[in-house]
Design a protein around this ligand. Structure first.
Ligand code: MN
Length: 385
């Protein structure tokens, strides 16, 4: 199956002769935009400097109209096969972070996830807090520790205190987790495209630090994104009716012709023992982005509602995407109910949270009317510190 058809053309940054080049994934190849722009194949479409840059930011800043014309020219060029010198094999390519992330926001927009975490963290209270259905709850994360798929994840240390302990202690997290999310990347006004996001989370650190100001060091040590940014324009065929909302949001959060996206998502896990025995990764969760309660337009409208400016290269992540049945939860803390129901792996091992050597791979794809497109993968392996 072709994960990267001409209808998709996601953007990424890869290494060629030691330099960072912008490219688009096309079948098993990467179309080298740096090479093509240097050969004047984009003359009359945009300034070549947008495509010879070492990150997507100048293109993001150029705005929606330019994104459309660059994409059209890519499709036209690929349809008539430009020379071999403009392509490299995708399989062997070393990918870099596709953009310099400006600001990073992480939302909390899956109702099932919010309810699950409410039950786990505050068992004696109503799981959903009173503000949740009135606005997309979120927090500002740490843009500087966003890394590209494949980057090793060092187990973070932090301060934690279990309920049965009298005082906190400092040391490596004992409850290292993942969060399966999607993220969108903006220009200065519009949404450019989407990536997979793994919001690595140290639950023991989070549980002790999060009140009253929210997540902090339990989430700022690493966030992994997939290397290919799928243009929003390529996802139009997969737009679906948004989640029903009750109560109706306030007027500034009502968006005309709003949509959600039908994107299948999964989490794969392979332990070191499995890897050494040649056992393939096992899928531990399957869900879909259409489960999200708040839409991307509403999230953006909410962020802008106080007058703040968004910047080219801002990243907005959805929050963990959990479906209604336990096989569709997007984190270990939900899948194992804070460790009470460990997952059984094919190697005979059990997992409450991540162990050193575990490798997590998030995948996402869309399918409709014979059109298939992929988000590629968002991978990270836990290393001891
Ligand atoms: Mn998150």
């Amino acid at each position: 199956m072709n994960d990267f058809p001409i209808e998709s053309l996601p953007y990424g940054v890869f290494e060629r002769n030691g330099n960072a080049h912008l490219g688009v994934a096309y079948g098993e190849q990467i179309f080298d935009l740096h090479a093509a722009a240097s050969a004047r194949l984009f003359d009359g479409v945009c300034d070549a400097s947008l495509l010879t840059a070492t990150a997507l930011n100048p293109l993001l800043a150029a705005g929606k109209k330019t994104w459309g014309t660059v994409r059209e020219r890519c499709q036209a060029l690929l349809a008539k096969s430009p020379g071999d010198e403009h392509f490299v094999d995708r399989a062997g390519a070393r990918m870099r972070l596709p953009l310099d992330v400006a600001d990073y926001v992480d939302f909390y927009s899956s109702e099932q996830h919010a309810r699950n975490l409410g039950r786990i963290f505050r068992p004696d209270a109503e799981p959903l807090l009173p503000n949740w259905k009135w606005m997309p709850i979120g927090y500002h994360g740490r843009a500087g520790t966003i890394v590209v798929s494949g980057t090793p994840i060092a187990r973070p240390s932090g301060q934690r205190k279990a309920p049965n302990e009298e005082t906190p202690s400092f040391g490596p997290s004992r409850m290292l987790d993942i969060e399966l999310e999607l993220g969108f990347i903006t220009g200065s006004e519009d949404i450019f495209g989407l990536v997979l996001v793994n919001d690595w989370s140290a639950r023991d650190v989070q549980a002790w630090e999060y009140q009253p100001l929210g997540p902090f060091l339990g989430k700022s040590f690493a966030t992994t994104i997939s290397p290919w940014v799928v243009p929003l324009e390529a996802l139009v065929p997969f737009a679906v009716k948004p989640h029903e909302q009750s109560p109706q949001p306030l007027p500034h959060l009502r968006v005309q012709e709003d949509f959600s996206l039908d994107i299948a998502l999964e989490i794969d896990l392979q332990s070191a023992k499995m890897r050494n025995a040649g056992v393939s990764a096992v899928t531990i969760s399957r869900t879909n982005a259409r489960e999200l309660y708040w839409t991307m337009s509403q999230q953006l409208a909410h962020v802008r509602s106080n007058g703040t400016q968004i910047r080219p290269g801002d990243l907005f992540a959805s929050g963990t995407i959990s479906g209604s049945d336990p096989g569709s939860y997007g984190s270990f803390i939900e899948l194992t109910w804070r460790g009470a129901k460990p997952l059984a792996l094919p190697s005979g091992e059990a997992r409450a949270f991540l162990e050193d050597g575990d490798e997590v791979t998030l995948r996402g794809w869309c399918e409709r009317d014979g059109l298939h497109l992929s988000f590629g993968e968002c991978r990270g392996r836990v290393e001891s510190t």
